[in-house]
Design a protein around this ligand. Sequence first.
Ligand code: ASP
Ligand code: MG
Length: 453
Amino acid sequence: MIVMKFGGTSVESAEAMEQVISIVKSKLSRKPIVVASAMSKITDTLLQCAQLARDGHESQAHSLIQDGLAKRHHQAIEKLVQNSLRQKLLQDAVNKYLDEIKNLVHGLAILGELSPRSLDAIVSYGERLSTLILSVAMQEHSITAELVDARKVMITDENFTKAAPLLDLSASKAREIFLPILKKGSVPVTQGFIGSTRDGTTTTLGRGGSDYSAAIIGALLNAEEIEIWTDVDGILTTDPKMVTDARLLETVTFQEASELAYFGAKVLHPSTIWPAVEKNIPVHVYNTKRPESPGTHIVARETKESKSGGIKSIAYKKGIAVINIYSTRMLLAHGFLKSIFEIFDKFETSVDLVATSEVSVSLTIDDAQHLEKIVSELKKFSTVTVEQKKAIVCLVGEQMKYTPGIAARVFNAIKEINVNMISQGASEINVSFIVNESDVSTVVQKLHCEFFE
Ligand code: ASP
Ligand code: MG
């Protein structure tokens, strides 16, 4: 059995869904469970409807439901489902959902408030609509598909909008619900992103959570593989916008993929990784629009030998602020780092790179929302300077640690660039450093040339 997850762009229109159907058809022998996102942008539209309603603009919310939701779903149905009885039933079912959305919107408008719980109720319709249509369209194309309400399987805690799955409960539900369908030779089609509390209240796993759903379902059922079908070929040696010669990576390890996820390698949601890693289930990223492309295989361990000094990919992130903290009190004192990190903790700001010397600490953040407050607290016991418009450049590769001389090659390739805060993570799978934002493209191009060209 495999899990096939199709993201928002993979189900964005009738044409896209037809492509999905043909891909699923080609994999029927592997007994797929299909997990799908909402049609692209629909989650945003639903959010917007909810906010409009809360702010008292109910009629605007209604227009948005009409123009942004009803039209797209009905258009897809018309193209996908020709059988008139089937089409009628599906249209009725979709209209029923749209009416429910309108009722929710009305409720929000009356209350003038939008709780996380109501938000989850309303955004869940995106996935419920897309999978409803996809499952019927699959039947139309003679796949015996069966729609499964993910809320019956994915049981979560009550942390609305970012709920955590309760794995033991969900595992038994997943077996109970999916296995009989697979046994009959049917294809279960279910929603990513959504779940429900033990008492049946709708929850969501957080934005972009469909990958996570797929990984969890795969892990709970011990799938042979989890396929993430998206709109890019896979993970590349670097950002193709920066280097036109960026190449597709055949394999990356889970650890490499998690390191890259931080840098917005948009391919995978970071938390996709853990349920699959724990069970050693390979994840394969494919492009729905180019199913012939080999994609990227995410594996537990690399078996191939590296031709690029162990470096797999060069990533970067702009918009970084570097905070330098000096204090002579730090000399021979303890508890200094603790008092620094307590401040970041207080403002819920995560720190990415850290470099220390005896009397100074430099660290980076990418979320400058609370920067001023953080700095003013730090200033109570140290001298602080802040440098903005910086970027982190990061070379990722698990086999780097077995390759001597990597650092020399890296810094020799960019020797005319001013580099700060060089750091090698404890896992030795990345080398990161800070440069000016304006130097990023030169740095990335030079490094790509050094290691991949
Ligand atoms: N539809 C949800 C979102 O847009 C979940 C997902 O696409 O993964 O965040
Ligand atoms: Mg998505």
